[in-house]
Design a protein around this ligand. Structure first.
Ligand code: 13P
Ligand code: SF4
Length: 368
């Protein structure tokens, strides 16, 4: 479990919730929502399953939800249907009286877990010796509160896939080099798009504490990429794109920037979850799309845009298994625990960590 987050309760879903019928689940979720009224706001990430997202008061990608969460000053309870780092961000930006709940504490993010704070401290020391005070750290929001606090402490900021460009532009104005955590792909794809060459990028391997993919002079390095990735988006391949192009040369390929460099280069379009949704929605009727991102989102896009042909780029399912841990039984359990006055699964970031993490998040939110 992620560091520096206090788990106020850590219980498992009681059996009675597993035994409820679909109708009972829907009825009781609706009733609990009604009872809680304005005290409650439910946030849902686009990767959530349909039967859960239908209960979200707001749905969005991680940037949109971070902003919306911060605006919900009236709600006493923020139930986050997403993953752990998103709930941590919501708690960091929430008021002191607000309670953030993650319906299933097992809903983590394998990418966020790839940057451990102790490994980052070790890496930072080595990099300071190598490059001196020329590095600014930037972390993708898909990281623990401890990493966000580290970044805040060292003058850096956070980014999401929606604002990575603007954030990197800002960061390059502060220092010559960026340490980008924890997703090497988002870092590489964004920087390359901005004109940073692959020779100016290196990969930091936290396991060996060594640099990899050194292609040029170390003095010229602009991007130091942490060796992390998303287990869902790494499943998309160039071969899949070639197959789509062979079967239907007019079909457009659109992918998330957490995909590999080769996949992003070969695709027609690449962008965040919100970008993918907007691009496909705005496309003319009859257009055809192969989408390289999480399957729940792709299926929903297909259902909501029946005038277009929308398929998953991969022939195998690409679900985010941790996102999918949030189901109706867990949602109902979370809601009824609030109604009963004993909320379960609260996410509370340690105040010292939260303060520094807030610094990093606020810097991001101020970048226009
Ligand atoms: P977005 O920033 O596009 O919502 O992505 C979040 C995420 O976890 C993608 O894997
Ligand atoms: Fe993490 Fe990837 Fe799931 Fe996003 S899709 S929450 S990055 S594991």
């Amino acid at each position: 479990m992620e560091q520096n987050t206090l788990l106020l309760t850590n219980t498992l879903l009681p059996d009675e919730y597993r035994k409820l019928s679909s109708e009972e689940l829907d009825e009781r979720i609706r009733r609990a929502k009604e009872q809680l009224g304005k005290d409650l706001v439910i946030l849902g990430h686009h990767y959530q399953r349909d039967d859960v997202i239908q209960y979200a008061d707001f749905r969005g990608d991680s940037l949109k939800l971070a902003k919306i969460g911060a605006e919900q000053k009236e709600a006493k309870y923020i139930v986050f249907c997403g993953v752990h780092f998103m709930a941590e961000t919501a708690d960091t930006l929430a008021g002191p009286e607000q309670i953030v709940i993650l319906p299933d504490l097992q809903a983590g993010c394998s990418m966020a877990d790839m940057a451990d704070i102790e490994d980052v401290e070790i890496a930072w020391e080595i990099m300071q010796k190598k490059w001196g005070d020329t590095i600014i750290p930037v972390t993708y929001v898909n990281s623990t509160a401890a990493i966000k606090a580290f970044v805040g402490r060292h003058g850096g900021t956070t980014c999401t896939s929606s604002n990575a460009h603007r954030v990197l532009e800002w960061a390059f104005k502060q220092k010559k080099r960026i340490l980008f955590l924890p997703d090497q792909h988002l870092g590489r794809n964004t920087a390359y798009d901005m004109g940073v060459s692959l020779e100016q990028m290196v990969v930091w391997n936290p396991q060996t504490t060594e640099l990899e993919e050194v292609k040029g002079d170390l003095a010229d390095v602009r991007m130091i990429l942490w060796k992390g990735h998303c287990s869902v988006h790494q499943k998309f391949t160039v071969e899949q794109i070639e197959r789509v192009r062979k079967n239907d040369p007019d079909m457009k390929v659109i992918v998330h920037p957490e995909c590999s460099f080769e996949v992003v280069q070969r695709a027609d379009y690449a962008g965040s979850t919100e970008y993918i949704i907007k691009t496909v929605q705005a496309a003319p009727a009859g257009s055809r799309w192969a989408v390289g991102t999480e399957v729940n989102l792709v299926q929903r896009l297909a259902n909501e845009n029946q005038d277009k042909k929308i398929i998953l780029l991969s022939t195998t399912m690409c679900p985010c298994l941790t996102m999918n841990r949030i189901d109706r039984p867990h949602l109902l359990w979370a809601l009824e625990s609030i109604v009963n006055g004993e909320p379960v699964n609260q996410i509370k970031v340690d105040e010292e960590v939260a303060e520094l993490s807030r610094l990093a998040l606020d810097r991001m939110l101020a970048i226009k």
